[in-house]
Design a protein around this ligand. Structure first.
Ligand SMILES: C[S@@+](CC[C@H](N)C(=O)[O-])C[C@H]1O[C@@H](n2cnc3c(N)ncnc32)[C@H](O)[C@@H]1O
Length: 322
């Protein structure tokens, strides 16, 4: 995999001091050929036709390049077939020359809940931990970010990002197929760090919060979005086994507990700006993600509960500074 554009761009940014360790970690950890599906995904990418869109839109619900009228039906079919080769599409939506990728998640709804409450992103250098397909990276760029970097260990999501970039074109928007643990420690160079939908997957929430804090420059802003429960300070759900069929959910705190955790690791100005229940309209099976989804993970007799009898998914957005 070629990260030369990324490193060229880094040399003029607050990431410059970190180029060598980043290069070493990417070389060491990213070995795509070891993934059994890599050749198939690469073949799907290779099928994408070369088209130059008359316009791209990064600041609307569906991140878009080109309009349906800018290519013929056969080319559109070719685009659709290639993009389908990268199923399942979880985070979006996207629209590429009229091919609408109706992803499992309405990630735009999350964005609309977050964006009114955070520092303007214009000219900022941003890191998105667990960025999935990179949908929010494009939306950050749509808000005028100087540079957005996403990390996510899923190779498929990296290929989906590349498929979208193929049509949108090169921007200072980068997707690295590594986990947070493969970033150098204490980079302290990002103006804003996002961690959305990741904390509950971490076995040690305090270590995650400390890692996030140490990625930010002094005065930088953390945008943390995670599952929470209704409850008072001190209350936390540690699911016994699965939560909504997910095997890797460790800690679901109440909002007051989460705020306490953040104060304990020295975040400042910690505030909860949104709490929303996740609905089966926001997360659902579609043609572009035809596996089971939230409706299948809730109790059919009481959809306010998960199949395992826990409270249904409730998500909070917390904003804080270092
Ligand atoms: C629930 S999704 C959230 C995606 C997106 N941030 C959002 O809020 O819509 C969690 C993402 O975290 C990624 N992830 C899992 N382990 C990770 C790690 N160690 N470092 C960074 N990302 C990770 C997963 O691959 C997945 O894409």
């Amino acid at each position: 995999m070629d990260f030369s554009d990324f490193f060229r761009h880094c040399s003029d940014t607050p990431l410059a001091p970190w180029i060598t360790p980043l290069r070493q970690n990417l070389q060491h950890y990213v070995v795509p050929d070891r993934h059994g599906d890599y050749a198939r995904w690469q073949a799907a990418l290779d099928q994408l036709p070369d088209l130059t869109p008359s316009s791209v839109a990064l600041n609307q619900a569906a991140v878009s390049a080109g309009a349906a009228g800018e290519c013929d039906a056969q080319t559109r079919q070719q685009i659709e077939q290639a993009l389908m080769g990268l199923h399942p599409w979880r985070k979006g939506p996207f629209d590429m020359f009229g091919v609408h990728i109706d992803t499992e998640w309405h990630s735009d709804w999350k964005w609309d809940r977050v964006i009114p409450h955070i520092q303007p992103l214009k000219n900022r250098t941003i890191l998105d931990i667990g960025c999935g397909s990179g949908y929010h990276l494009w939306r950050m760029r749509g808000e005028g970010a100087a540079m957005t970097v996403g990390v996510d260990p899923s190779l498929l999501f990296n290929m989906q990002f590349k498929a979208i970039e193929h049509f949108i074109g090169k921007h200072p928007v980068f997707h690295l197929p590594i986990g947070i643990e493969q970033l150098p420690k204490a980079m302290r160079c990002f103006d804003t760090v996002f961690s959305m939908g990741v904390l509950y997957h971490r076995r040690s929430p305090f270590d995650h919060l400390i890692e996030l804090r140490d990625l930010l420059r002094p005065g930088g802003e953390l945008v943390l979005e995670t599952l929470v429960i209704d409850g008072d300070a001190g209350q936390t759900l540690v699911p016994d086994g699965r939560y909504a069929r997910m095997g890797n959910v460790w800690f679901i705190p109440s909002v007051p507990t989460l705020i306490q955790w953040m104060h304990k690791v020295r975040f400042k100005q910690v505030r909860c700006v949104d709490v929303s229940a996740t609905t089966t309209k926001e997360q659902r099976s579609t043609r572009w993600m035809n596996f089971q989804s939230l409706a299948d993970f809730l109790d059919p007799d009481d959809p306010t509960k998960t199949r395992e009898g826990y409270p249904g998914p409730l998500r909070a957005t917390i904003v804080a500074e270092v």
